[in-house]
Design a protein around this ligand. Sequence first.
Ligand code: OSB
Ligand code: MG
Length: 369
Amino acid sequence: MLLEMIELRHVRMQLQSPFETSFGIEHERDCLIVRLEAEGQVGWGECAVSSFPGYSYETTGTAWHVLSEFFIPAVLGQRLSDVGDFISLLAGFKGHNMARAGLEMALWDLMGRVEGIPLKQLLGGSRQRVPVGVSVGIQPTTKNLLSTIETYVQAGYQRVKLKIKPGRDLEDLQAARRAFPDLKLQVDANSAYSLEDRDVFMRMDPLGLLLIEQPLAEDDLIDHAVLQKAVKTPLCLDESILSVRHARQALEIGACRVINIKSGRVGGLAEALRIHDLCSARGRPVWCGGMLETGIGRAANLALASLPGFTLPGDISASDRYYAEDIAEPRFQLNADSTIDVPDQPGLGVEVVPEALERVTLRSERFRI
Ligand code: OSB
Ligand code: MG
């Protein structure tokens, strides 16, 4: 298939409520949307970047630069027969996984539409609905936290992830556990701690958490292995795992027992599949993380989470948890059993709404052969 046109858009979406993590607070979410054209078909992708380098070094600015100067010129006008060809064309470029993954997602969508096959099926997934939870940002007070959790539990979420940071951890967690004794709870520190804080994590063991996500620095597998020996609760890595190689090494040294897979962080859905397969072969659970995606990225997350190794609930909440107005339809709804349906139409299985996309676009550029 000949890639004839690629369009980039920088979009800014207003979040329903501010999202605070250990690295900062977001009121709106910026990302890049990619549109590919080939064979009279269109494919859409989303680069899971943010406006500032808090979670990752990648931003809307770095992704725009790397895509427009390097990745797009490498693939535009090329004939690709599969995603493997795409990966080969970009093999000489280092890093910038989110930029790479956004372009790759558009190719998966395009291929699915050309062949009339849903992304779920292209990836080898089978489930029609997947278990999901909600990621709750750091709240101004513990009281606010409890009422926010209550709202989500009332909405039907059976698993809640709480963001923590030094000074806003044990007390909040203990209060949450007292108020919701049977709720599936897990925490995410976004790498805000060091090994000197190991007591904080040891004191989480009695709380019956599903897992502790990314307690220590992104580039520190060794200290994670030390911490995992000191705590009973499974550690889960997010920021540390940028490739299947990292995943293998982390499991081999015991740096974690669970992996959060985000296609953006690992450079695409193909690499996400490899991590899934590796973990399945080793009997390790994985789950699908989220980056406050629009309906485009959310559709890809649902397709990925339909694979059999995704045994823990994903950070894939209903559209209304994030945005009053989304750029793709249909919106995703939470089922009564805390699941969301996986799209079953060709490609991503969602349709971009041109006027909605236009309203949130800050900048756009088209690249042609
Ligand atoms: O660490 O999982 C994270 C959002 C932005 C950046 C990093 C993370 C998150 C979330 C939100 O936790 C998950 C979601 O999309 O619901
Ligand atoms: Mg995380």
